[in-house]
Design a protein around this ligand. Structure first.
Ligand code: HEC
Ligand code: HEC
Length: 151
């Protein structure tokens, strides 16, 4: 008796489900693929050709924002606790005679003596956890954020 009841309940459920499936609208992800299929990987956009020294700084959007990286990171080695190519250029104000934006004072240890080489505060070793490079990509949804660096 119990089994028959469960069976008929199950067949009702199946009927209801197939009716819904028949009339439902396809649901698409923001990237355009059907939600039921495996999501497609986003396009790989490159930073090609934008070497350091060729681009103006990107205006900051709010006070205290880590500045965005205006140049490509191609050819710049992986950042580890002991190796950091970023510092070749960014620990001092000049690199091979060219003017460079130097890391904020907040990134450096207070020097023991005047004129000593600036030393990175290791709380800041992983530059790319705060500073990110840019690509030309359309936002998936409208963004109403109003930049206001003065606030
Ligand atoms: C070969 C030198 C060089 C290397 C290596 C380099 N940069 Fe730069 N960086 C520059 C120059 C020059 C600028 C000024 C903008 C420009 O001309 O591209 C700059 C700009 C920036 C800025 C913007 C600063 C501001 O005030 O807006 C950030 C942030 C930055 N770089 C982070 C990094 C990080 C993180 C790395 C390592 C992954 C790195 N850079 C590696 C030379 C370099
Ligand atoms: C925890 C987040 C964080 C990390 C990690 C970090 N930064 Fe920054 N950086 C900031 C913020 C926030 C600012 C802007 C305020 C300031 O100077 O402290 C900044 C400013 C800068 C500037 C512009 C300085 C100026 O005065 O305009 C440069 C260049 C820079 N960082 C490079 C680096 C490099 C290279 C590394 C890795 C060695 C690094 N940052 C690691 C958050 C970070």
């Amino acid at each position: 008796m119990k089994i028959t009841l469960i069976r008929s309940l199950l067949s009702l459920l199946c009927l209801a489900l197939s009716a819904c499936a028949g009339t439902s609208m396809p649901v698409n992800s923001l990237r355009g693929s059907a939600a039921a299929t495996a999501d497609q990987a986003p396009l790989v956009l490159s930073y090609g050709g934008r070497k350091p020294g060729q681009f103006a700084l990107i205006e900051r959007s709010f006070k205290g924002q880590p500045p965005l990286i205006p140049h490509t990171l191609e050819g710049i080695g992986e950042i580890t606790g002991s190796e950091n190519d970023c510092l070749d250029c960014h620990i001092s104000e000049d690199f091979r005679g060219k003017k460079m934006p130097r890391v904020g004072q907040s990134h450096l240890l207070a020097s023991a003596s005047a004129g000593a080489e600036p030393e990175l505060n290791m709380q800041r070793w992983q530059c790319n956890s705060c500073h990110v490079p840019q690509v030309e990509a359309m936002p998936l949804v409208e963004n109403l954020f109003q930049p206001d660096a003065a606030r």
